[in-house]
Ligand binder design. Structure first.
Ligand code: MTE
Length: 333
């Protein structure tokens, strides 16, 4: 992003395996078999078994468990090794708590996640205020293993827990003229020390086209690794849009608004030439200040670790490519 930390080198210990060895080994064999890494929508039964095994990922065990979670076999599963919980929860972007990667983990304990409501408004038949409890009850939670690729050039593989945002959207019944969805996140200067700083316009706002928001991969997310989200990861509810750069995935959502105009988003307002509205992961369109062709997987950044090639739409091209048919992705970056 605009901040220098994004491109600075950083040092992570090579992480130990979080997944049980037999599960991990099984997955490695599958990786060889699949020779590509990403399971498509029509997963073979052996891949399904592996995905189910992966849902047995040990919880770190500090936060409340999210019960009744089933593993998703919707083609949203990668066969790659999960990033360590320790890394996922200590290397964050959440500018409301500071701009260094370590700031959110240090500072976000002040975030008050209960009671919590999310207002759904705008061009819909059924505007309503949902409590977190209402949202949790609205649909069955699934574990979805998604890559998160940050615009800064690093990535992680995370077992998120939630359900498709489309479940909620269907309930509120968008009107015919609703074309976009705006996501507004909490901006509380009392509990968020960097709200008010000039780095971004607050609240942090993101947006999607309605068809993107309706896509089954777009996850309304309540947890990760089988537990509720830690504060620094966007508790108690965030978005995860796996084919877009990480900044599209707004944290600590308080409002979802349906509109007929493209929402003005926080990063686009800050630097329109660097952060477009679409922000689909695209190795062929460089950021004006750096290449997007490769990425560093967090946990693999030892001295001899190779960078990985960034995949079109972060590896989800088969699922989402058709949303952009006929669009010039260099123009609509
Ligand atoms: N949401 C809010 N409210 N504030 C933020 O600063 N940062 C974004 C996104 N969501 C951000 C946010 C960016 S830049 C990224 S890369 C991801 O969150 C990071 O998510 P993670 O910390 O869970 O990896």
């Amino acid at each position: 992003m605009l901040i220098k930390t994004c491109r600075d080198g950083f040092h992570h210990p090579v992480s130990s395996e979080i997944t049980a060895r037999d599960v991990y080994q099984g997955r490695r064999d599958l990786v060889k078999l699949m020779a590509g890494g990403l399971a498509g929508a029509a997963m073979a039964s052996w891949a399904s078994r592996a995905a189910l095994a992966q849902s047995a990922t040990p919880r770190p065990g500090k936060l409340a468990p999210l019960p009744g979670v089933r593993s998703s076999l919707t083609g949203a599963v990668t066969m790659e090794r999960l990033t360590d919980y320790k890394d996922v929860s200590s290397y964050n972007n959440f500018y409301e708590f500071g701009t260094d990667k370590s700031d959110p983990a240090q500072n976000a304990h002040t975030l008050k996640t209960s009671p919590w409501t999310v207002e759904i408004e705008g061009l819909i038949k059924k505007p309503a205020k949902y409590t977190l409890e209402d949202l949790l009850k609205l649909s069955a939670q699934e574990e979805r293993i998604y890559r998160l690729r940050c615009v800064e050039g690093w990535s992680m593989v995370i077992p998120w827990v939630g359900y498709s945002l489309s479940e909620l959207i269907k309930k509120v019944e968008p009107l015919g003229n609703a074309k976009y969805v705006e996501f507004v996140t909490l901006a509380d200067p009392k509990t968020m020390p960097f709200v008010g700083s000039r780095v971004l316009a607050w609240p942090y706002v993101e947006g999607l086209r309605l068809d993107e928001a309706m896509h089954p991969l777009t996850l309304l997310t309540f947890g990760m690794y089988g537990e509720v989200l830690p504060n620094q990861s966007g508790a108690p509810v965030r978005l995860v849009v796996p084919w877009k750069y990480g900044f599209k995935s707004g944290k600590s959502l308080v409002k979802i608004r349906f509109t007929d105009k493209q929402p003005a988003t926080a990063w686009n307002k800050a630097a329109a030439n660097e952060y477009g509205f679409f922000s689909n992961v695209n190795p062929n369109v460089d950021h004006p200040r750096w290449s997007q062709a490769t990425e560093r997987r967090i946990g693999e950044d030892g001295l001899f670790a190779k960078k990985r090639k960034t995949l079109m739409f972060n590896g989800y091209e088969a699922q989402v490519g058709q949303l952009y048919a006929g669009m010039d992705l260099k123009k609509f970056f």
